[in-house]
Structures are given as structure tokens and as C-alpha cells.
Design a protein around this ligand. Structure first.
Ligand SMILES: [Cu+2]
Length: 405
């Protein structure tokens, strides 16, 4: 389950050159490197309004006289997170009472090859080293207790905004960690569904971090599992966790992708590229080909697969070529799923789920059906399905042949 899906990933060997959103931005804009400053001196002056918002969100809890949460009745469990496209071990139907699900994530900055053919690369900002960050799975009524750790050799500050949570900017106001710091946030999963999470340090650093890979998904299952519109149980055999990432990678005057020495060095160029609103890449799981060819996911005829699609920044429209969305939850698990869809919709800033049971063997392409984005920008995944062909569903009656004029 720890398959290395991004062969271009390498660890940074440079230490503490740039730290903090304001410092990274300023350094990139002036071309000067800025030494790390003590925590107290960090300010989000890159965007005063945003800074104020985050400060207020933090103070609300820090100075609060609110009652401590009553944690009696909860059982503590650890969830071992795994790299995409896989899912952590979990129950589809919750047994026992509500749980406090302990997870740990590190805000790792890694140089990642996005497309080996063109040499396009990015200093990816990640949770646990992968794009997207790991899938978290809990049940409605559980608590998520996250330890968020920023490694000492990071260049930048990070935090996390869980769309599934309630208050303090989704936890973003309470989780700012600078290199060498850790924080623990606990929040209650009150709404069932798939939700995105992402880094949101403030101001322009929010889209900068999100479009450098710093996003992922939480699935909050109903305690009694997924259901169709009539209340019948819907079970899946496997999960395919797909994070769609739009990158805006800077090019030089010759049209070649630029390379940078450390995370944050591309800040000014990236802002210019992002302003075009035209991604250079839309890829699944961090890089072109991350889940195609040798890295394709493998299933069998009869397998029911839950496809979880995360897109933290931009709309998408998934289509399974040769299959369907038997059940599709575009919004929440509280609402009945849509059924029998050809193509479905991912609102930018959400994660959602679709379910399909394979009926024919072969290679299926799961694509963003903006086919320019699928074929030219990278938004394609492959599922290789084993089993017996069913001629009742499809048959090549006559193989291609010349016809007589
Ligand atoms: Cu970040």
C-alpha cells in the first residue's frame, strides 16, 4: 500500500532558506533569500485582511471560556494513512460507539516531476508526501484528531482547512505550523459525505499552496453505511482515490518549463501563471501517468468500486469510458445518490464519490471529460479489469474489413 507513485519525488537537501508565507513571497519577488525569523516576528502582511481573519479565528479559541468537550463515550483508534490511490483500512458500517480517530500528517515539500516527457516539475507542497494528500475515512459522529507536523527542513509555513469541519476557518485558523512545529486539532464529523481539505496559509499563499498539491479528501460515512434512495445498503469492494490537480507551471522565454532550487522560489512566477487561470497540467495523483499504464489500478468483473474524486480548486467532470456512474453522490451522503450517469460533476473545492460495478473485462479510462484536459493536460487514469467477456452486453459482430463498393 506504499507504492511509490511519483518516481520524480526527491527530498530537499536545502535547509531553512525561506520560511513563512510573507517571507517566501517577498524573497521570490525581490530575488533575495530571507533568513528564517523567530515565530513571533512572522506576520501575514502579504494580505492584511486575510491575516486579520486568521488571527481572529485563532484568538476565538485561545481566549475562549468555552466548556471543554465531553469526550466520554468515545473510543480512541489510530488510522494509518496510506498513499493514493489507496484507502486506509476502515469499516463501511460502524461498529460500537463514536470514535476519536487519531491521524498524523507531515507537511512535506518535495520536488516532483509532473511530466517526464517535457521535464515539467514542481516543488510540490504536500501532506505526507503525496498529491493528493492521503484519504481519511471516519463515520458521522466520530472525531478526527490530527497531529500536523511541519518538518524542520521545510521552507514554508502550512496549515489545514477541513471542509468537513465546523469553525475557525475549517481549522485553518488554529493549525499554522512553521518548520519544526507541530499542532493537534480535534474536530467532529457532523456531516456525512466526501469533503476536500487543503492548506490555506492566507492571501495569495492559499491558491499557491493548493495549486502546488496541498489538498486531499476526507470521507465521512453514515454510521450505517451507504444507501440507495430506497434505503437499501450499497457496499463497495474497493476504493479508487483520485485527486485531480491543476498546476500552473512557469515557462521561460523559450517555452521550456522553469526549474527552481527550493520550494517557494517559484512564487512570483507562479502568481503570474495562476493569473492566466489556464492550467499547464490537469493531472490525476500528482503527475502525468501516475495511475495509467504500469500504475493502472486493477479490478475484476463483479468488483464494485467507489471512486472518490477530489478537486480543491477547479470544476471537473469525470467520465468512466466504457462504464457508468451507477450511484453518484455529487454533494452529500445525506441526499439520495444520482443513478445511471454517463458523466458527473465535481464542483471546484469539493470531493465527491461515484460507484460502479464492472461488468466487462478490459481497460477503462477514467477521465475528466473535458477531453482536452484528459488527453493534452493529463487528466486520465486507467483501470484494468480482469474476467470473462459478456457478448450479451457487447459483441464485435464483424471485425473491420474492406467493403465492396
Ligand atoms: Cu501549505
Amino acid at each position: 500500500m506504499t507504492k511509490f507513485l511519483n518516481p520524480g519525488l526527491v527530498q530537499t537537501s536545502r535547509r531553512n532558506v525561506l520560511r513563512g508565507s510573507m517571507l517566501a513571497g517577498a524573497a521570490a519577488l525581490t530575488g533575495a533569500r530571507v533568513a528564517a525569523a523567530p515565530r513571533a516576528q512572522h506576520m501575514h502582511i502579504a494580505n492584511a485582511t486575510s491575516a486579520k481573519l486568521y488571527k481572529t479565528a485563532g484568538e476565538q479559541t485561545a481566549d475562549s471560556t468555552a466548556k471543554p468537550a465531553d469526550l466520554s463515550g468515545y473510543t480512541r483508534v489510530k488510522q494509518e494513512l496510506v498513499a493514493p490511490p489507496y484507502a486506509p483500512q476502515h469499516e463501511q458500517i460502524a461498529t460500537g460507539g463514536p470514535k476519536i480517530v487519531e491521524i498524523t500528517m507531515e507537511t512535506t515539500e518535495r520536488l516532483m516531476v509532473v511530466d517526464e516527457d517535457t521535464g515539467a516539475s514542481v516543488w510540490a507542497l504536500t501532506y505526507n508526501g503525496s498529491v493528493p494528500g492521503p484519504l481519511i475515512i471516519v463515520h458521522e459522529g466520530d472525531m478526527v484528531e490530527l497531529t500536523l507536523r511541519n518538518p524542520v527542513d521545510s521552507q514554508m509555513e502550512h496549515n489545514i482547512d477541513f471542509h468537513a469541519s465546523t469553525g475557525a476557518l475549517g481549522g485553518g485558523g488554529l493549525t499554522h505550523v512553521y518548520p519544526g512545529e507541530e499542532t493537534v486539532l480535534r474536530w467532529k464529523a457532523t456531516k456525512p459525505g466526501c469533503f476536500t481539505y487543503h492548506c490555506a496559509p492566507g492571501g495569495a499563499m492559499i491558491p499557491y499552496h493548493v495549486t502546488h498539491g496541498m489538498n486531499g479528501a476526507v470521507m465521512v460515512l453514515p454510521r450505517d453505511g451507504l444507501k440507495d434512495k430506497d434505503g437499501n445498503a450499497l457496499k463497495y469492494d474497493k476504493i479508487a482515490y483520485i485527486g485531480e490537480q491543476d498546476y500552473y507551471l512557469p515557462k521561460d522565454e523559450n517555452g521550456e518549463y522553469k526549474t527552481y532550487e527550493v520550494a517557494g522560489d517559484d512564487y512570483a512566477d507562479s502568481i503570474d501563471a495562476m493569473r492566466t487561470l489556464t492550467p499547464t497540467h490537469c493531472v490525476f495523483n500528482g503527475a502525468v501517468g501516475a495511475i495509467t499504464g504500469e500504475n493502472a489500478m486493477k479490478f475484476d468483473v463483479g468488483d464494485t468500486v467507489l471512486m472518490i474524486h477530489n478537486q480543491a480548486n477547479r470544476d471537473s467532470r469525470p467520465h468512466l469510458i466504457g462504464g457508468h456512474g451507477n450511484y453518484v453522490w455529487e454533494t452529500s451522503f445525506s441526499d439520495a445518490p444520482l443513478t445511471g450517469l454517463e458523466t458527473w460533476f465535481v464542483r471546484g473545492g469539493t470531493a465527491m464519490a461515484s460507484m460502479y460495478t464492472f461488468e466487462q473485462p478490459g481497460v477503462y479510462a477514467y477521465v475528466n471529460h473535458n477531453l482536452i484536459e484528459a488527453a493534452l493536460l493529463g487528466a486520465t487514469a486507467h483501470f484494468v479489469v480482469g474476467g470473462e467477456w459478456d457478448n450479451a452486453l457487447m459483441e464485435q459482430v464483424v471485425a473491420p474489413r474492406e467493403f465492396e463498393a
